[in-house]
Design a binder for this molecule. Structure first.
Ligand SMILES: [Fe+2]
Ligand SMILES: [Fe+2]
Length: 368
């Protein structure tokens, strides 16, 4: 099995430095489903730790013995391995001088005390994303373009959905063109690894589904608009999740029956959004509407069975399940691809085993 799709990453490590013990513990407690925290009360303790671990982000308070939070920022920025790390700086608004000094460095996100959880999550998430997106700059042009275009398309879809505006299909389709080109040239590995640490889970999952669908279509000999339909369908297949409450979408552990009903509603939500879109290829609607259907009729929302599920629906459900199992989530480690395929092999009443065989071959052949 190739290791290139094995883009497993641990939950992102974040250091919380300075301020009161209560503040540090509150941050860690409130955000523990998103990140793995380590807490430090002094500059020397965190400096020692930085010798052995580089975190995804650092949260630094203005109160930090002996030199204050801004002093640590200067130190962190002075090191080669940490000079790009996003930093969230917490301070009281009256500490204008320290704030000015701290924010004079790039990628320092200020959160004024006392802060609301939402503001804090937003700042940390923007920081992490800014640094993930900065890493894309070093990728090959086509892969960089695939990531940037699909992300900006995804972000504008989120805004349009919020405003109740239709999604412009042509624009989304065009944003997927570099992805398809990258897949056709077997030049896409950084796309999968580059997206894995991004903080917008629905985007990460959707882009992985779009990439695997394009790869699968390519192996099946699809070309042109058919391949574009697969990649665009992948990017759009779960947009209805933008209406699912965060606590349900990211809940660690089993959903209650009510929560499961809410979760399942993302399919109808997605279809409703997409039906507002003019000139949408039928294939995109099938991918979005039927990717949770199962051959034995146990899927949702329609409970379609056997021959009622066409090839596209069968492919979409295989790719969606594979991606979901191998995705990194805030509450679980990603399952290795080999194990995911094994689990799926046991779902022989639910998944098309012929297509699953082709998909398995594709992974073994190192198409990925
Ligand atoms: Fe879905
Ligand atoms: Fe999905």
């Amino acid at each position: 099995m190739t290791t290139s799709i094995d883009d497993r990453v641990q939950k992102s490590l974040v250091f919380v430095v300075g301020g009161s013990l209560l503040q540090r513990e509150e941050i860690a407690q409130n955000l523990k489903s998103f990140y793995l925290f380590e807490l430090f009360e002094s500059e020397s303790a965190v400096s020692e730790r930085l010798e052995t671990a580089v975190p995804t982000a650092i949260i630094i308070d203005e109160i930090l013995p002996p030199m204050g939070g801004a002093g640590l920022i200067a130190k962190v920025r002075g090191r080669d391995d940490t000079n790009n790390i996003p930093i969230v700086f917490t301070a009281e608004p009256k500490s204008a001088e320290m704030i000015a000094e701290a924010t004079s460095y790039d990628r320092v996100f200020l959160v004024e005390r006392p802060f609301k959880r939402g503001t804090f999550v937003g700042a940390l998430s923007s920081g992490v994303n800014a640094s993930v997106e900065a890493q894309w700059e070093g990728f090959e042009p086509i892969q960089k373009k695939a990531l940037k275009n699909t992300l900006s398309s995804f972000n504008s879809i989120a805004n349009l959905i919020q405003e109740g505006e239709p999604i412009p299909y042509e624009d989304v389709r065009d944003s997927c063109a570099p992805l398809v080109e990258a897949v056709q040239n077997n030049n896409f590995k950084d796309i999968l690894s580059g997206v894995s640490e991004h903080d917008n889970y629905t985007y990460v999952h959707s882009l992985r589904v779009a990439t695997f669908l394009s790869l699968f279509g390519n192996v099946l000999g699809m070309k042109g608009e058919d391949l574009m339909t697969l990649s665009t369908g992948g990017l759009l297949h779960d947009v209805g999740k933008m209406h699912i409450p965060h606590e349900v979408l990211n809940k660690p552990g089993k959903l209650t029956e009510d929560e499961y009903v809410i979760m399942q509603s993302h399919v109808n939500c997605t279809v409703d959004f997409l039906e507002e879109t003019s000139e949408l290829p039928k294939g995109v609607l099938i991918i979005a509407g039927q990717h949770h259907e199962k051959i034995d009729g146990t899927g949702y929302p329609y409970g379609l069975k056997g021959g009622k599920l066409n090839e596209l629906a069968r492919i979409a459900s295989i790719i969606d399940i594979f991606s979901a199992i191998t995705d990194r989530r805030v509450y679980k480690e990603p399952v290795p691809p080999e194990q995911a395929l094994k689990i799926m092999g046991n779902m022989n009443k639910q998944l098309d085993q012929n297509f699953l065989g082709v998909f398995r071959e594709m992974l073994l052949d190192g198409a990925t």
